[in-house]
Design a protein around this ligand. Structure first.
Ligand SMILES: NC(=O)CC[C@H](N)C(=O)O
Length: 432
């Protein structure tokens, strides 16, 4: 009997099924063997050292809330997981993406079809954990070839209990997300679960209105001392060597924000998302950074209150979630975008300098500039859709960016934003 979800999927022209039936044509068997044998070699290698079967058949499903069912092959962890599917257009840097806490609750679909070729190493992590819901890719590399590779991507995900699927039509899913907007999906390797059950799960879960930052923030304050390692450091000219003390609110902070601040000479105290503003003011830092973080910025009013209490008293810099919280604290509103911006190739115009930066982005929400009060300036605009990409309120030493000057992964065009924050702190110090 054809299930309801199957029926929906069959009637939907974009729905993709990968056959798990044995192939009858000998030349296609040979083709399948040559292509897939190596995949199973790489994923089976870790556990047994030998390939157990010549090719892997589809053993996983991605069920989207629109009723479409995408058959795929699993790697990493197995089980059933629900999340919001977003697509990321970065060509490189999957490990930084996997460890970006802002992806909590989301499945990241990489539009670059070839993933896993550099394996993973332990230097490129953006946090101590993978918080994302799962990884969706077209093709899992059959080998890893990088001098820093310490482990295969599949083993890394399995150890961290993160599900991955490959051999799925990521272009078709991306086109659907662009057309209909981000969709909730369920990834499952459990044959015992029916399509209807998975569809029901996808339709009963939501990411809007949920506080996700409390699940990824540190629990106690700590000092950060590492800077960008000398072999990777760039843009070192022009740093004035002054030391500024920055309190960084960890709403899911990426390590490269901390590395870049340290490289610019900052001494950094990282504090949890619920750290009271009064405690920050007591420390008397030179400036405050409000970090990136996952989820709906309008679902964390306590963080907006903290930002409000600090505004006007110290120079502040907001990045992504931090920018959205600042927008709200200044009286503005945030809204959910259709499918957001996720990738390392987003053009942004700096309205003050006129320069265009190619930027790294990862957000599903944005600040509505029309909701902002007089005096607050939109400083940067995303050139793909005209959305607000940066704000400033010079009278109160406030600056913020919707995107990622720390990149990681992504181009370094926007690194100068850290220098601007240094100058903001410098001016405030001189005028004090
Ligand atoms: N990278 C981030 O800080 C993400 C911000 C916010 N959670 C969004 O999705 O819009």
């Amino acid at each position: 009997m054809v299930s309801k979800a199957m029926e929906l999927a069959v009637t939907n022209p974009l729905t993709c099924f990968t056959s798990s039936k044995p192939l009858s044509n000998p030349s296609s068997i040979l083709r399948a063997f040559t292509v897939r044998c190596s995949v199973s070699l790489s994923s089976d290698r870790a556990s047994t050292g030998v390939a157990e079967r010549p090719w892997k058949t589809s053993d996983a499903r991605l069920v989207l809330e629109d009723g479409s069912i995408w058959r795929a092959k699993s790697f990493g962890a197995s089980g059933t997981q629900v999340g919001e599917v977003v697509f990321n257009t970065s060509l490189t840097g999957y490990q930084e993406i996997l460890t970006d806490p802002s992806y909590a609750g989301q499945f990241v679909l990489m539009t670059n079809p070839h993933i896993g070729n550099t394996g993973v190493n332990f230097d490129d992590e953006e946090s101590m954990q993978c918080f994302l819901g799962g990884l969706v890719i077209r093709s899992l590399s059959i080998s890893t070839s990088n001098w820093r590779c310490a482990e295969t991507l599949g083993d890394y995900l399995a150890e961290r209990n993160i599900m991955g699927i490959y051999d799925v039509d990521t272009r078709a899913i991306t086109r659907r997300l662009r057309q209909d907007g981000s969709l909730i999906g369920v990834l499952s390797t459990e044959e015992s679960k029916t399509d209807e059950e998975l569809l029901e799960l996808s339709r009963s879960w939501d990411i809007v209105g949920v506080d996700l930052i409390s699940g990824v923030s540190c629990k106690t304050p700590y000092e950060w001392t590492d800077n960008t390692k000398s072999q990777w450091d760039f843009n070192a000219n022009g740093r004035d060597g002054n030391t500024f003390h920055v309190v960084a609110y960890d709403f899911g902070i990426k390590h490269n924000i901390l590395r870049r601040l340290a490289s610019y000479g900052c001494k950094i105290t990282v504090v949890p998302s619920i750290w009271p503003a009064s405690e920050t003011l007591k420390i008397k830092p030179d400036g405050v950074l409000f970090s990136n973080g996952p989820g709906d910025p309008s679902a964390v009013p306590y963080a907006v209150e903290t930002v409000k209490e600090i505004l006007g008293k110290l120079p502040v810099f907001g990045i992504c979630m931090g920018h959205q919280l600042l927008g709200q604290a200044l009286g503005g509103k945030t809204f959910k975008m259709k499918f957001g911006h996720h990738g390392g190739n987003h053009p942004v115009r700096n309205l003050w300098s006129g320069h265009v930066e190619i930027s790294a982005q990862n957000h599903n929400y944005a600040v509505d500039p029309a909701s902002l009060p007089e005096g607050v300036e939109v400083t940067h605009v995303n050139l793909n859709d005209g959305s607000c990409a940066g704000l400033a309120y010079p009278a109160q030493n406030i600056m913020s960016l919707q995107y990622h000057p720390e990149a990681s992964p992504g181009p370094h065009d926007s690194d100068n934003a850290f220098q601007e924050f240094i100058e903001l702190m410098n001016r405030a110090k001189e005028n004090a």
